[in-house]
Design a protein around this ligand. Structure first.
Ligand SMILES: [Zn+2]
Length: 495
C-alpha cells in the first residue's frame, strides 16, 4: 500500500538509531503498526534487483494473503502484523550449483548441491537486517526471486517465488514458527524425537494428541479410506518409515496442498496464544480495590481478538454477573461490603483440544469491589504503598511501605495528619476488630513507612482462609481546621 512508509514512520524513527547495519527499506504490509500486542511476521526478499522492489512487494502480498486465507492463520489473522524488508541484489535469481548458475544476490540464496528443492540463504545477514529494522519480529520468511520450486525451515523460513510459494511458506513456517516436525517417512538421516506431531508411543494415554483420537480408532491406525478423515497414530513420521507415528494420513507437514492436520493446527494456535494471550490488559488494574461511588464507573479489558471465539464472563462472589469486555459497575448489585469480582476470558476455539494448550486460552483476573466514595489518600504513584511481614525480634510485624502524599491546602500550608486508625476487614466487609499498635513518625505531608504490630495468632486464624484488608484512615488538620476522614485499603499479604 502506498501509505505504508508514512504509517511505519514512527517505527522507523524509533529504530533508526540502532539500525546501523540495515541497508533495507522497511514496508508495512498489513495489520496495525501501533498495536503492541501483535505477532510480527517479517518477509525479506533476496535476488530482487533495485528495479524489482514492486515485484518483491507483490510477491510478499501474494504469500501473505495466501497464509492468512489458510486455517489456522485465517481464524487468527487479526493477531498479526506483516512487514517486508527490501534489500536490492545486484542480480536476479539465486545460485544453482548443480546447473553451474551463480548470481550475485545480497543474502546469497542458493539451491542445494544435492537436491535443488533445498534453498538456503545467509541467515546471519538476514538477522542483521531484521533485528535492525523490526527487532520485535516473531517469524522471518525469506522470499527468493526464482520461479523454481524450493525452500527450507530452521530459524528462518525460506521459499522461492514459485507457484508453490504459499504452500512452501506455510510448511516452512510450520517448522520455524510452530516447531512442527516433518511428517515424511522417507529416511533422511535424521534422529527422530517426540514432538507435537510425531511420536513413538502407541499407548493411547501417552500420545500427546490423544484428545483428538476417538476411542474407537485403533492404534496404530490403518492407512485406509475409512480413516482418511480421522486423527489416530499412522505409522511413518519424522523421516522414519516404521516405529514413529503421525496424527493423520495427510497434512501440510507431509504433503503440500493438504490442510494442516488438527494437531498441527492446534500447535500453531498454542504459539499464537503464547505470544498474544486472550486478555492483555485491564483498567483499573487487577488485585486492587475498586470503589464505585466516584470516578470508576467501568472496568475495561483489552482482549484479542476482540470478537469471534473469545468469551468474557464476570463473576461477583463466584456468581455470574455480566458478560463482555467492558463491565459497567452500575449494573452490579453492590453494597458496603467488599465483594470479589472475577473476570474469566476464554478463547473457545474448536481448534484446540489439548488440555495444556487450553490453559493458554484462558485468563482470569480479580478485583475487590465495594460501593463507596473512593478514598482521597493518594499514593504518589500507583501501587506505591504495600504491606509486608517483617521479623521484629521473635515476632513478625506488618510493615506498611507508604509514600502517601497529602496535598497542600489551598493556602499552601502543609496539613498535619491526625487521628490515624487502622482496621482489618475480611473481603466480605466484616470488621475483625483486632487491636492494632502503630509506630509511625509523620513528617510534613509525606507519610513515611509504618510498622504495625498485630496479634499474629488471631490473624492467622481469621485471615488464613479468606482475603483480608487493612484499611487505614486519618484526618488532616491545617491551622486547627480538621478535614474529613480519608481512608485507603490494602490487601493483607498472606502470613
Ligand atoms: Zn500434521
Amino acid at each position: 500500500m502506498s501509505v505504508s512508509l508514512k504509517t511505519v514512520f514512527p517505527v522507523l524513527l524509533g529504530l533508526m538509531a540502532q539500525a546501523t547495519m540495515a541497508l533495507g527499506t522497511l514496508h508495512f504490509v498489513s495489520g496495525n503498526v501501533s498495536d503492541d500486542y501483535r505477532i510480527n511476521i517479517v518477509f525479506v526478499g533476496d535476488g530482487y534487483t533495485q528495479s524489482q522492489e514492486d515485484q518483491f512487494l507483490s510477491d510478499v502480498r501474494t504469500a501473505s494473503t495466501g497464509v492468512f486465507n489458510t486455517p489456522p492463520y485465517k481464524e487468527y489473522a487479526n493477531l498479526f502484523n506483516v512487514f517486508a524488508i527490501f534489500v536490492p541484489s545486484k542480480e536476479s535469481g539465486a545460485d544453482k550449483p548443480l546447473q553451474n548458475i551463480y548470481k550475485d544476490t545480497y543474502f546469497n540464496a542458493t539451491f542445494g548441491k544435492e537436491t535443488e528443492r533445498l534453498v538456503t540463504v545467509n541467515s546471519a545477514k538476514v538477522f542483521d537486517e531484521v533485528i535492525a529494522l523490526v527487532p520485535e519480529y516473531n517469524s522471518i520468511v525469506v522470499i527468493v526471486n526464482d520461479p523454481q520450486y524450493g525452500g527450507s525451515g530452521g530459524a528462518i523460513s525460506v521459499a522461492t517465488a514459485s507457484s508453490s510459494a504459499i504452500e512452501l511458506v506455510l510448511h516452512e513456517m510450520g517448522h520455524s514458527f510452530a516447531a512442527l516436525a516433518d511428517e515424511y517417512d522417507t529416511p533422511y538421516g535424521i534422529t527422530p524425537y517426540e514432538t507435537h506431531n510425531a511420536t513413538a508411543q502407541l499407548t493411547r494415554e501417552k500420545i500427546r494428541w490423544r484428545n483428538w483420537i476417538s476411542s474407537t480408532t485403533p492404534l496404530p491406525t490403518p492407512k485406509t479410506t475409512s480413516y482418511k478423515q480421522s486423527v489416530g497414530a499412522f505409522e511413518g513420521a519424522i523421516y522414519q518409515p516404521t516405529g514413529w507415528y503421525r496424527p493423520m494420513q495427510v497434512c501440510k507437514m507431509r504433503e503440500l496442498g493438504s490442510p494442516f492436520c488438527p494437531v498441527c493446527a492446534e500447535t500453531h494456535v498454542a504459539k499464537f496464544r503464547k505470544l498474544v494471550p486472550p486478555l492483555l490488559e485491564a483498567f483499573p488494574p487487577p488485585d486492587t480495590l475498586v470503589y464505585t461511588g466516584k470516578g470508576t464507573t467501568q472496568i475495561d479489558l483489552k482482549i484479542r481478538p476482540a470478537s469471534g471465539t473469545v468469551k468474557t464472563n464476570w463473576y461477583l462472589n463466584d456468581n455470574l454477573a455480566a458478560s463482555g469486555s467492558v463491565l459497567h459497575l452500575g449494573d452490579l448489585n453492590l453494597n458496603q461490603s467488599y465483594k470479589k469480582l472475577k473476570v474469566i476470558v476464554r478463547d473457545t476455539t474448536l481448534l484446540v483440544r489439548n488440555d495444556s494448550i487450553k490453559n493458554l486460552l484462558t485468563d482470569s483476573l480479580v478485583w475487590y469491589i465495594k460501593k463507596e466514595v473512593p478514598v482521597s489518600l493518594k499514593p504518589i504513584q500507583d501501587r506505591s504503598a504495600f504491606l509486608s511481614w517483617r521479623k521484629q525480634g521473635s515476632r513478625r510485624v506488618l510493615h506498611l511501605s507508604s509514600r502517601f502524599f497529602i496535598p497542600k491546602s489551598e493556602s499552601g500550608q502543609v496539613p498535619r495528619i491526625a487521628q490515624v486508625t487502622g482496621r482489618i476487614y475480611t473481603a466480605q466487609g466484616q470488621y475483625l476488630g483486632l487491636p492494632l499498635v502503630w509506630q509511625a513518625v509523620l513528617k510534613g505531608n509525606i507519610v513515611p513507612d509504618w510498622s504495625l504490630t498485630l496479634p499474629e495468632q488471631s490473624l492467622q486464624n481469621l485471615c488464613n482462609r479468606q482475603t483480608c484488608f487493612l484499611e487505614i484512615s486519618y484526618r488532616t488538620e491545617t491551622s486547627g481546621q480538621v478535614g474529613s476522614r480519608q481512608s485507603h485499603s490494602l490487601l493483607l499479604p498472606s502470613l
